[in-house]
Design a binder for this molecule. Structure first.
Ligand code: FAD
Length: 474
C-alpha cells in the first residue's frame, strides 16, 4: 500500500526526514500538498507569499517528477482531504514533518488520533527547527522568556541533526491520484502585477535556496557580524523566505557554516540569528496568541491612534523620513526588507505614529515573502516593547540618526527613493533641513516631489513617551 507524504512548510526533498523514511519503506510514495482553508488558522498566506508558494510548488513538482513520483495538489480541510485520499488510493501510511504553529499543531493532533484509530501508520518527524521547542526548558521546566539563556540552552543541547541528502528515487503509485492544477489556484497577481520586480532578486525553490546558502558560506559570511547592520551591503544570507517555506532546513544551514575559515565571530553571530528564529518559534509554540495579544498586558491600555491616513502613507513609503520610506518601498518592490530597516520602520509606526503594532504585523504578513507567524509577531512585539525580552519602549529610534549611522552615504535610500537620488549625502536623511539652494540643485520641491515629514520627530517622541508613562506599572 502507498505511503502519503504530506508536504507543508517543508517544500524540499533534501534533509526531509518524512520523505526519506517513506522512500526507505520501498512502498509507492504519494507526495501531497494541501491548500488548507484560512479558517483552519493555518493561513491565509499573504499575497507576496502566494506568489512564492506558486513558484515553490512548481519547483518541488519538477524535482519530485525527476525522482519518480508526481506532486499531488488538493485543497480543503486537511482531515477531509486526507480521508478522501486514503479512501481513493488505499494508502497504508501517512508521514509528515511536524509544524509548530499552534493552529497547525491542533489540526495535526486530531488527524493523527483519528487515522491511528483506523490503523493507518501515521508518523511525524522533526525537520522545521534545529531543536524541538518542547525540549528546551528552564531549570523549572518552563519555557524560556529571555533570549540569552535560551541560546545557552540551545548550545548545551548539542549540534542539530546531520542533514540527509534527498532520496535518489521514489516509487510512484500505480495510478497517480487526481491533482488540482496549480494555475487554477490563482496564486499569482494578475493586474497590476505588483510582483514583477520580485524575480530581480528571488528564485523560489530548493535548488536556488541551496545556491544562496553555498554563495553565502563561500563569501558574504566574512564580515557578517559588522556588515549585517548596513542595508546597502549584501551582507546577510537572504535565506529567510527559503527557510519560511522550508525549502532548506535550518540544520543544513547550520552545518554549512561548520569548519569555515571565516572568523569565528561571524559564524557564531550568524548562528545566533538562526537561534533567534528558534526563539521566536519557541515563544509562539508556548504562547499561541503571540500575534494577537500583548505579551506584556501593561500595553493593553496603550492609547493607540486610529490607523488612518498616516498608516497609508507609511505603507506607501511617503512619510518624509528617507530611511523609513526606502524600507517600505523595498518591501513593496521586493517583498523583503533589511533587518535593520525593519526595526526602524516598525519603530516609526509604533512610536512616531502611535499605531498599534498589530496593524504593522498584518501589513508585513501580507507583503513579506518571508512572513512567518512566529518571527513576525515576536519581532513586532520586540520593537513595541510589549514582547518577551523586548527592547524597552522608551528607547525610541531617531530615523535621521539611524539613517546617518547605517546608511552613511545614502546608497540604500537612493536605490529605493529615486526622488532623492541627486541630493547631497549631507542631507540625504533630512531633506527637510536642507537649505533651499541644495534642494533646488537636487531637483527637489518638498511637499511636491517628495513629502515633508508627516510628524515632527521631537514632538512625536514626546507624545509617545507621555503615552507610555500614562500606563500603569506591571
Ligand atoms: P540573516 O541575517 O542572514 O539571518 C539568517 C536567518 O536567521 C534568517 O534567514 C532568519 O531565518 C533568521 N533570523 C535573523 N534575524 C532574525 C530575527 N530577528 N528573528 C527571527 N529570525 C531571524 N523574519 C522572518 O523570517 N519572517 C518575518 O516575518 C519577520 N518579520 C520581522 C518583523 C520585524 C518588525 C523585524 C524587526 C524583523 C522581522 N524578521 C522576520 C527578522 C529578520 O528581519 C529577518 O529574518 C531577516 O531580515 C531575514 O534576512 P536574512 O535571511 O538575510 O537574515
Amino acid at each position: 500500500a502507498p505511503i502519503i507524504v504530506w508536504f507543508r512548510k517543508d517544500l524540499r526533498t533534501d534533509d526531509n526526514p518524512a520523505l526519506i523514511a517513506a522512500s526507505e519503506t520501498e512502498h509507492p510514495v504519494i507526495a501531497l500538498y494541501i491548500r488548507e482553508p484560512a479558517e483552519a488558522g493555518t493561513g491565509p498566506l499573504g499575497a507576496a507569499q502566494d506568489w512564492w508558494l506558486h513558484h515553490s510548488l512548481a519547483s518541488l513538482g519538477s524535482t519530485l517528477d525527476r525522482l519518480g513520483t508526481p506532486l499531488v495538489l488538493r485543497s480543503g480541510p486537511a482531515g477531509k482531504v486526507l480521508d478522501d485520499m486514503i479512501e481513493e488510493t488505499g494508502a497504508g501510511g501517512l508521514y509528515w514533518n511536524r509544524r509548530h504553529n499552534p493552529a497547525g499543531v491542533e489540526i495535526d493532533k486530531v488527524i493523527k488520533a483519528s487515522l491511528k484509530a483506523r490503523g493507518v501508520d501515521t508518523r511525524s518527524f522533526a525537520a522545521e527547527l534545529l531543536h524541538d521547542p518542547t525540549r528546551l526548558l528552564t531549570g523549572e521546566k518552563k519555557p524560556y522568556r529571555v533570549y540569552t539563556p535560551f541560546w545557552k540552552a540551545l548550545e548545551r543541547d548539542g549540534e542539530p541533526h546531520e542533514p540527509t541528502d534527498a532520496p535518489e528515487k521514489l516509487r510512484p503509485p500505480e495510478k497517480a491520484p487526481a491533482s488540482d492544477v496549480l494555475d487554477d489556484w490563482h496564486l499569482l497577481p494578475t493586474k497590476p502585477n505588483w510582483a514583477c520586480s520580485f524575480t530581480d532578486i528571488w528564485t523560489p525553490g530548493e535548488g536556488a535556496a541551496r545556491e544562496r546558502l553555498d554563495d553565502f558560506a563561500d563569501g558574504a559570511i566574512d564580515g557578517y557580524k559588522t556588515d549585517r547592520d548596513f542595508p546597502a551591503i549584501d551582507a546577510t544570507s537572504m535565506l529567510s523566505p527559503h527557510l519560511a517555506f522550508g525549502e532548506i532546513s535550518p540544520a543544513r544551514v547550520w552545518h554549512a557554516t561548520r569548519g569555515l575559515t571565516s572568523s569565528k565571530d561571524d559564524v557564531v553571530h550568524f548562528r545566533k540569528e538562526l537561534a533567534w528564529r528558534e526563539f521566536c518559534y519557541h515563544l509562539h509554540f508556548h504562547f499561541p496568541k503571540l500575534a494577537e495579544k500583548n505579551w506584556n498586558s501593561r500595553f493593553d491600555a496603550f492609547p493607540w491612534e486610529a490607523a488612518g491616513k498616516n498608516f497609508e502613507l507609511w505603507t506607501r513609503g511617503m512619510t518624509g523620513y528617507p530611511i523609513v520610506d526606502a524600507g517600505m518601498r523595498q518591501l513593496w518592490k521586493h517583498g523583503w526588507m533589511h533587518n535593520r530597516v525593519r526595526m526602524i520602520t516598525a519603530s516609526f509606526l509604533i512610536k512616531h505614529l502611535m499605531i498599534d503594532w498589530r496593524r504593522g504585523e498584518k501589513w508585513f504578513r501580507d507583503t513579506l515573502v518571508d512572513a512567518d507567524a512566529a518571527s513576525n509577531a515576536a519581532n513586532w512585539q520586540w520593537v513595541a516593547g510589549s514582547g518577551a525580552d523586548a527592547s524597552p519602549f522608551f528607547r525610541i529610534f531617531n530615523p535621521i540618526l539611524q539613517g546617518e549611522k547605517f546608511d552613511p552615504d545614502g546608497t540604500y535610500v537612493r536605490s529605493f527613493v529615486p526622488e532623492l537620488e541627486m541630493l547631497d549625502s549631507a542631507w540625504i536623511h533630512k531633506p527637510f533641513d536642507a537649505p533651499e539652494p541644495v534642494l533646488k540643485e537636487a531637483g527637489l520641491d518638498l511637499g511636491k516631489t517628495y513629502p515633508k515629514p508627516i510628524v515632527d520627530h521631537r514632538k512625536a517622541r514626546e507624545c509617545a513617551l507621555s503615552a507610555y508613562k500614562s500606563l500603569k506599572n506591571d
